[in-house]
Design a protein around this ligand. Structure first.
Ligand code: AMP
Ligand code: ZN
Length: 447
């Protein structure tokens, strides 16, 4: 295995070495299900699906955890008062958005993950971790609230590079809410109306960051890989690091990966900016595989400006591959890896190495298109390229509907018709052979 990942915490691309020889644990921060998911979300989860698939092809048993932040002001503010029986009301409210998220990722051919915890199902673990942090003097109680004391954790800032001094008292004029330092953050938010969950500090609800630390503690103890969108690096992931390491006594994760934004007119696609394209709409109007292909054509670690034209071009390129592969027999991942290791077809091994190099799917796709005539002419190359696309890149090939026959095929059919009319049987037979190689039956009508 030659997997290398850009690790935010070291700011370097590093060889990936998991803590166990067999298992890999991975946690990716999930969505806040208060509305339908947009295609910026899709970018993040397609990226980690490629990594998930790659690890599996490399023979690892992957535990992949992805949460739903179902306790958040954006959700609570949308639930009609009174906020009694809040868990049932939250469940009712978030269900359509969770179903929409699952349905979109399924269309994008993302594999299911191992655990999808919700905050409402993790309250006991959250309370336990907050108690540990208080006992270890990394957290303090103010009234019904609990805050993390960032000054108590000397490594604070190690992930994002934010200097601790800038977040301590004295660096800003105002320290609100009885906090010791401006950078201290809420682990538990008391509710003076006596609502929500009961805790040793009275009724209230968890702060945002604590859920991920508690969920990792519950399902994995410590992680090989922790991921999310680029905006989560600070403060969310920095705070997760501080909570977990101080509370559990060991680092939260070995590798931290951040997916850059999907941009719309040079700005981050986000609900608050009102510039979103919903995943469900884009996948209804376009082929889901075209969207996945567009993501694959770009590295995850650079911002990506979305355009409809680029999606249309991605669809054309995907269709060319679909024409080549939909009829080709699939092979097992073991047979595929064997061929890669033995370098049966050098460009396949190079493309696989590109993906192992920090998920360089763009280079892998470029290599495939550079070798398109080899793929057309060699059944072995076709079989292995299909396996690479299917097993690692997560592309799904299907019989094209009649109206979906690509321009390339239509041109070949037209050229053959002309050749037949001109009684140029040699050329007509050559084109027929080309069409058969591309997976088409050719049935002639009388001229
Ligand atoms: P949210 O539901 O907004 O909390 O976002 C869920 C995940 O999607 C987080 O990892 C965010 O960083 C990520 N995300 C949100 N918007 C975008 C975007 N426009 N581009 C890439 N990632 C995003
Ligand atoms: Zn998180």
């Amino acid at each position: 295995m030659n997997l290398k990942l850009s690790n935010t915490i070291s700011r370097k691309k590093e060889p990936f070495v998991a803590q166990s020889l067999t298992y890999v644990t991975m946690y990716v921060c999930g969505i806040t299900p208060y509305s339908y998911s947009h295609i910026g979300h899709a970018r993040v989860y397609v990226t980690f699906d490629i990594l998930h698939r790659l690890l599996k092809v490399l023979g690892k048993k992957v535990t992949y955890i992805r949460n739903f932040t179902d306790i958040d002001d954006k959700i609570l503010d949308r639930i009609p008062l009174p906020h009694t029986q809040i868990e049932e009301k939250i469940t009712q409210f978030v269900q359509p958005f969770i179903a929409d998220f699952h349905s979109g990722l399924q269309k994008l051919n993302c594999l299911p993950v191992s655990h999808e915890p919700r905050v409402t199902q993790t309250i006991p673990e959250i309370i336990e971790l907050v108690e540990q942090l208080i006992a270890k003097k990394h957290a303090y109680v103010v009234g019904n609230d609990v805050y993390y004391d960032i000054a108590s954790f000397s490594a604070y800032g190690k992930l994002s590079g934010h200097p601790l001094e800038n977040l301590l008292a004295g660096s800003r004029v105002d320290v609100a809410d009885g906090k010791k330092n401006p950078g201290d953050f809420a682990l538990w938010k008391g509710n003076s109306d006596g609502l929500y969950w009961s805790s040793p500090w009275g009724y209230g609800r968890p702060g945002w960051h604590i859920e991920c630390s508690a969920m990792v503690g519950k399902y994995a103890k410590t992680l090989d890989i922790h991921g999310g969108g680029a905006d989560l690096m600070f403060p969310h992931h920095e705070n997760e690091c501080a909570q977990s390491e101080a509370g559990f006594g060991y680092p939260l994760a070995s590798y931290w990966m951040h997916v850059e934004f999907l941009l719309m007119n040079k700005e981050k696609m986000s609900k608050s900016l009102g510039n979103v394209l919903l995943m469900k709409d884009v996948l209804e109007k376009n082929k889901p595989m075209a969207f996945r292909f567009l993501m694959l054509q770009h590295g995850y670690n650079k911002p990506l400006s979305y355009s409809d034209d680029d999606l249309a071009a991605a669809e054309k390129a995907f269709d060319r591959l679909n024409d080549l592969f939909w009829r080709v027999e699939s092979i097992s991942d073991i047979d595929f890896m064997q061929a890669v290791l033995e370098q049966d077809i050098p460009f396949i091994s190079q493309a696989f190495a590109a993906i192992e190099d920090d998920l360089g799917s763009a280079k892998a796709i470029a290599l495939i298109f550079e070798h398109i005539s080899e793929i057309k002419n060699s059944p072995e190359a076709r079989k292995l390229t299909k396996a690479l696309c299917e097993q690692v890149l997560g592309l799904k090939f299907e019989e094209p509907k009649e109206q979906e026959i690509s321009d390339e095929i239509k041109t070949l059919i037209e050229q053959r018709e002309i050749a037949r009319k001109e009684k140029n049987w040699v050329q007509a037979d050559q084109i027929r052979a080309q069409l058969v190689a591309l997976g088409y039956d050719v049935k002639d009508k009388k001229l």
